[in-house]
Structures are given as structure tokens and as C-alpha cells.
Write a protein that binds this ligand. Structure first.
Ligand code: NHF
Length: 443
């Protein structure tokens, strides 16, 4: 199976959970034998990957500086389309194209119609959800593109049941078109210590460390956390709040911390490395996800995987991910008093904290492994492909049919087919160079 994955962000240049999701999903799919090609913006036009890793094709969305974000997204889509067509010419066609959010909708739709392959779309979040409604022309435009992406997609993936309800409600999308596949986390990423890093750089030994990490945008609710921190300080708690991450809301948050009189107790670190993030999760006496809107909340999974005590808003995907008093504490969103009370409980009840941490680590290993999520995604792709094959929409397009023999395709030569069976096919049954002995396609 050969899949074209389209995303506007990808590590190390990611800004949020979407980039992380695409990276981990692509890795897991590739290690299960799916040939994945990711197209994403980067600083240089380079391709990396191969072997049992996905190919990542970085593109530059043109050297013309865009007047605004929406124009930049259009440039990105056209550049993505160019790269995708070039890939088809270099390496033959794809079985399926998978677009993530409205930011790649145009390229995904163009590829679908140009090559008659099914389009799968993941809707990670909606513009209406992010802004608690649609309030201006730009938001209306983005929301329309989201609707249109869903309309064009053969199947839509949402990361939580909450998002399924939102997508159904906002876009009037029928339930049978939507599949829920959660996000995952790799717990091994959170192991290992670096002696050069020290907690003292963030808080003194007698201070309790509260930790937030995420994009600094209104819907992540850091303003609520700042209010809760003030309440805790008023109650005599010796805390230090570390806010890691960057975003357009940062200045306003700094101003709020100052006007609440707690600026010296808040450390805005900006973006931190993954290593530093892991240590902060471990050093934290409580990790906090105070979101007002959260489609899934990968950060909650990360905190759980890192064995950090977690307090999260009872909203969106967080409501499904966190089990109250089992893997974390849940509080109503937007309620600083409730957030302060739950945080104080976690800080003082060390028995509860130990239980939550233990259960959380066990839960992420059992229910949120990327291997399991990739398997579900692979089955979804296979289902879409079999429907596509039986539909009148499958046409004898010269380019789609003209798959290059695997061993002579540019990327096929660089790829090692894993030994274990893939979709019932093993390396032994594959033709020379790894292509299936049957029809000469990669599916
Ligand atoms: O985890 C990846 C991410 C989610 O809740 C997150 C969000 C955007 O806001 O699916 O997408």
C-alpha cells in the first residue's frame, strides 16, 4: 500500500499536536510495511527517510512572501501539488491520499481528482470549535474549506468521539462517513535522564512546580491557570508555574500574570526541547491542561506517559482521555477555583498522586500505542481502497495504472520491504525488488 500524506507541519518544525500526530502515525505505518510519502513545508527542498521509515519530502511554498496566512496556505497547497505530481512521475502513482486539516485540503482534493485515488481526511480541530463560533469572514472561509474537505473525502477521521460530534454538528456530516481513531504516545520517548539539566533552573527546592506545555492561544486556557495560580499563592502555597510553548497569546498572558501580581512566580520558557520537556514532566508536582477547547489533547497523554500527576479540564477529547481519580483529576473548564482546588489536592495527597501516575502509565501503554493506531488506520485505508475498487469512480487513468516496476522506481530502490507480512503479503511473496508478484502496484 502506498500513501501520500499531506501536512502543513512536521517535526522539528511543528507548532502543535497535528505535526506530532502525522510524524508518529507515518513512522508506525511505515514500520508496518506501508510506503508513506509525507509532503510538508521545510527550510530546504530535501527528501529524507526510506528503509522502514516514511519518506519526508520538504518543500518551500514559494519564495514570494505571502500577505497573510490564508494566502500562504494557498501557496503551500500549490507547491504541495507540484511536488506530489513530480513524485508520481518519478515513482509512479499512489493508492490513496491522506490530508490533515483544511491547510492541505486544496492539494488533497486536486490530487484525488487528477489521479482518481480516494482522499482520506483527518479533521483535527475545527475553526468553529477553536473560536467558539465563526465571527468573521476569514473564519467563515476556513470553516467552509473544512466543510469542503469533508465533502470531498471518502472517509473522515476524528481523534475523539467529541470531535466526531463536533464535525457531525458543524458540517452536517453523516456518521457513517466518520471514523474515530485516537492519538497515541510513545512512552519510551519519556525515559532517560540528562544530569546536565537541573530542576533548580526552574524552581527552588522548596517550591512546588506546576507545569503547562502547549501553544499559547486563547483556547488552551493558560489565563485560567494563571488565575488558579494566584488563588493557590493567596492560600499560602509556595508554587512556581512553568509555562512552556509559544504563540500569539503570549504577550497577553505575560500582562495578565503581571496584573495578577504573580509574575515572579511564573516562568515563560518559550519552546523547550523534547529532553527538557520530559524532565519538566518528571520534576513537576502537577502537570496541568487547562484547555477551554481541546479536540484530543496529546499533551495529556504525554504527561501520563511521563508519569506526571495530571489535572485536566473536563472538556473535548480530554474528557475521554483522562479518567477522573484514576489517571488524573478533571475539573470544569474555565473555573480557576476548581482548578486551584484540584491542584492543591494533588500537591498534598501523595498517595493519590502515586496511584494516578501508576494507572496513567499503564493506560497509555495499553490503549494509546501508535502501533495499534497505525493498524486501525491501515484497516481503514484497506476498507476505503476496496470500496474504491468496486466503485464506478475507478477509471483507467494512464498515470495511475502506469506504476513503475518497483525496483526501477526512484524510491523503491531505497526502500527495504519489512520481512513480516503486510496486509497478508510477505516479503517472500513479493516480486523482485519488493513489488507484489501480482499486478505490479504497491498495494
Ligand atoms: O491533540 C492532534 C491535535 C490534538 O487536541 C489537539 C488539537 C489539534 O487541538 O490531533 O490536533
Amino acid at each position: 500500500m502506498k500513501v501520500l500524506m499531506l501536512t502543513w507541519e512536521f517535526p522539528p518544525d511543528h507548532v502543535g499536536g497535528l505535526g506530532k500526530h502525522v510524524c508518529q502515525l507515518s513512522d508506525a505505518l511505515a514500520s508496518q510495511g506501508v510506503e508513506v510519502h509525507v509532503i510538508t513545508p521545510g527550510k530546504q527542498e530535501v527528501t529524507s527517510g526510506g528503509g522502514d521509515r516514511p519518506f519526508v519530502h520538504h518543500i518551500i511554498p514559494y519564495g514570494v512572501s505571502a500577505p497573510d496566512f490564508v494566502s500562504w496556505v494557498l501557496q503551500l497547497n500549490i507547491a504541495t501539488g507540484e511536488r506530489a505530481s513530480r513524485l508520481v512521475h518519478e515513482d509512479g502513482g499512489f493508492d490513496l491520499v491522506h490530508a490533515h486539516d483544511w491547510l492541505t485540503a486544496f492539494a488533497g482534493r486536486a490530487f484525488k481528482h487528477a489521479f482518481h485515488v480516494p482522499l482520506v481526511a483527518t479533521i483535527h480541530a475545527t475553526e468553529a470549535g477553536r473560536n467558539a463560533g465563526v465571527h468573521n469572514r476569514q473564519q467563515a472561509y476556513i470553516s467552509n474549506v473544512e466543510w469542503w474537505l469533508g465533502y470531498e473525502a471518502w472517509r473522515v477521521i476524528c481523534c475523539s468521539e467529541y470531535m466526531q460530534r463536533e464535525v457531525r454538528g458543524v458540517f452536517s456530516m453523516p456518521d457513517d462517513k466518520i471514523s474515530v481513531v485516537p492519538n497515541g504516545v510513545d512512552p519510551d520517548e519519556f525515559q532517560g535522564a540528562d544530569r546536565a539539566l537541573s530542576r533548580k533552573a526552574f524552581a527552588s527546592d522548596d517550591q512546588k512546580l506546576l507545569f503547562f506545555i502547549g501553544r499559547l492561544v486563547r483556547e488552551k486556557g493558560v489565563q485560567v491557570l494563571l488565575e488558579a495560580a494566584r488563588l493557590l499563592i493567596q492560600q499560602g502555597e509556595n508554587i512556581k508555574l512553568v509555562v512552556a510553548g509559544a504563540g500569539p497569546y503570549e504577550e497577553e498572558l505575560r500582562y495578565l500574570a503581571a496584573s495578577l501580581g504573580i509574575y515572579s512566580r511564573v516562568y515563560f520558557t518559550g519552546k523547550v526541547s523534547d529532553k527538557m520537556r520530559n524532565h519538566l514532566y518528571r520534576w513537576a508536582d502537577a502537570s496541568i491542561c487547562p484547555s477551554l477547547y481541546e479536540p484530543f489533547g496529546i499533551v495529556a497523554l504525554e504527561a501520563m506517559a511521563a508519569g506526571s500527576g495530571l489535572v485536566a479540564s473536563d472538556t473535548g477529547g480530554l474528557s475521554e482521555v483522562v479518567k477522573h481519580e484514576v489517571t488524573g483529576l478533571k475539573v470544569p473548564p474555565g473555573d480557576p477555583a476548581a482548578l486551584a482546588a484540584a491542584t492543591s489536592r494533588l500537591l498534598h495527597d501523595t498517595g493519590l498522586r502515586a496511584d494516578l501516575r501508576r494507572n496513567a502509565v499503564r493506560t497509555v501503554r495499553k490503549d494509546y500505542s501508535w502501533a495499534g493506531i497505525a493498524k486501525t488506520t491501515r484497516e481503514l485505508y484497506a476498507d476505503v481502497l476496496s470500496q474504491h475498487r468496486r466503485s464506478p469512480w475507478v477509471v483507467s487513468d494512464r498515470l495511475v495504472q502506469r506504476r513503475l516496476p518497483y525496483e526501477s522506481s526512484a524510491y523503491g530502490r531505497r526502500r527495504r520491504v519489512p520481512a513480516e507480512a503486510v496486509d497478508g503479503r510477505s516479503a517472500q511473496t513479493a516480486g523482485p525488488g519488493g513489488q507484489p508478484a501480482g499486478d505490479g502496484t504497491h498495494s
